[in-house]
Design a binder for this molecule. Structure first.
Ligand code: ADP
Ligand code: MG
Length: 165
């Protein structure tokens, strides 16, 4: 049966990056991915892995002060990395910054602190929640919002089981 939700427990930043890299490597076209969780939960760490999986060269840093960072992927797509942290009026500021236009683009769009812009989110996206456990332990819950993301989770599940064999 196709999963609508996958839950992973990671025990290091590197492991969270690998999960992001696996997801990035299977993204064939555009995608919208929302990241939610407390400061230090691993959202940016995951995005760095995602960028590696997409063939982004160079460092991915937190876009906290520029709202949206844009990176070139290996194949001409862009990775758009938005962060709603610290915005007094996140929906208005992100709308002004053009985030909703990016949702209609061919790019891969990642939004940290997406819970701050509920009204701007599209109908379909991949929702990822990061929760702190003890020390370096993190619980990462991926929920598909819409059928194409259910398919994406199935691909990720297959990639994961291959990696652990
Ligand atoms: P956020 O973007 O959610 O605020 P960051 O990814 O910037 O969080 O920071 C997460 C911090 O926690 C990093 O310093 C990272 O090395 C550390 N860390 C420790 N264990 C993990 C883990 N299992 N997953 C992700 N990050 C971890
Ligand atoms: Mg961050």
């Amino acid at each position: 049966m196709e999963p609508e939700q996958l839950v992973f427990e990671t025990t290091s930043g590197a492991e969270t990056q690998r999960l992001g890299e696996q997801l990035g490597a299977l993204l064939a076209g555009d995608a919208i991915i929302t990241l939610t969780g407390d400061l230090g939960a691993g959202k940016t760490t995951f995005t760095q892995g995602l960028g590696a999986g997409l063939g982004v060269e160079g460092a991915i840093t937190s876009p906290t002060f520029v709202l949206i960072n844009r990176y070139h992927c290996a194949d001409g797509r862009a990775l758009q990395h938005a962060d709603c942290y610290r915005l007094a009026n996140a929906p208005l500021e992100m709308w002004d910054a053009g985030l909703t236009d990016l949702f209609l683009s061919e790019d891969v769009v990642v939004v940290e602190w997406a819970d701050r812009i509920p009204g701007l989110l599209p109908d379909e996206y991949l929702d990822i929640v990061f929760e702190h456990g003890d020390a370096d332990r993190r619980r990462i819950t991926l929920t598909a919002r819409g059928p194409r993301y259910v398919h994406m989770l199935r691909q990720l599940q297959t990639a994961q089981s291959g990696a652990h064999r």
